[in-house]
Design a protein around this ligand. Structure first.
Ligand code: MG
Length: 224
């Protein structure tokens, strides 16, 4: 019985890989680089995207917003006058806690791939499931807010291991917290020694230039 369950999970992930490759082909044909941005709810994904988009001159950015319900984040991004597409997992996908390749594929007809260089996919806030599903992205990034505690890389290692960029956000709050930044960085190093790690305050602006430059670097990977 247990073996059967494992088998089903493997088949689902194989099917996801096939659709992710189809997404990848569409992105390549359109010359668009794609970032899959993940975090727990409330870590600052949307605010970091807003800060980056405000200063990304000369680069055409689009955003695909994944949420269970509503369009609160998409409405915020729309104020920046970049193309934004809302993808809700409820009810179309049963309120799923992550985006998978098929959900992203279903939204692609609404994404103006011909008008953008970089597509940022803001995944549903969750430190577990989004890490398991490739969606056809070039790069995976995650945000970890200092309010979440130093132990999160050890408790959710797949998420931290699968991302090439880890943004440690809300560092403006450090004076108010019993939080050991060095311990978090050591824990990140333990599970993902090759990750690029940035410390930022989306609110105060510290580190936002480096975050923006990293995004521009990903955009530079798109096919000519
Ligand atoms: Mg958000």
């Amino acid at each position: 019985m247990h073996r059967t369950k494992i088998r089903v999970a493997e088949d689902a992930l194989d099917a996801n890989q096939t659709i992710a490759r189809a997404n990848r082909d569409d992105f390549d044909r359109a010359g668009v680089a794609v970032v899959n941005l993940m975090s727990a709810p409330g870590a600052g994904k949307t605010t970091l995207l807003e800060r980056a988009i405000e200063g990304l001159d000369g680069l055409r950015v689009g955003v695909l917003e994944g949420d269970v319900q509503g369009s609160i984040d998409a409405d915020r991004i729309a104020h920046l006058h970049v193309p934004v597409t809302q993808l809700n997992t409820d009810p179309g996908f049963g309120g799923e806690c992550h985006l998978d390749a098929n959900m992203v594929r279903s939204a692609l007809p609404e994404v103006p791939l011909g008008e953008i260089d970089l597509l940022a996919i803001e995944n549903v806030g969750n430190l577990v499931c989004p890490a398991e599903f490739r969606v056809g992205e070039d790069a995976r990034a995650m945000v970890c807010a200092v309010t979440e505690g130093e132990d999160k890389p050890l408790k959710y290692p797949l998420m931290f291991r699968t991302c090439e960029l880890i943004v440690v956000n809300k560092i403006d709050l450090l004076p108010h917290l019993d939080f050991d930044l060095d311990r978090l960085l050591t824990n990140i190093e333990t599970v993902n020694p090759t990750a690029t790690v940035l410390t930022t305050s989306a609110r105060g602006g510290e580190g936002v230039d480096a975050w923006r430059e990293w995004l521009a670097g990903v955009a530079g990977r798109r096919p000519a």
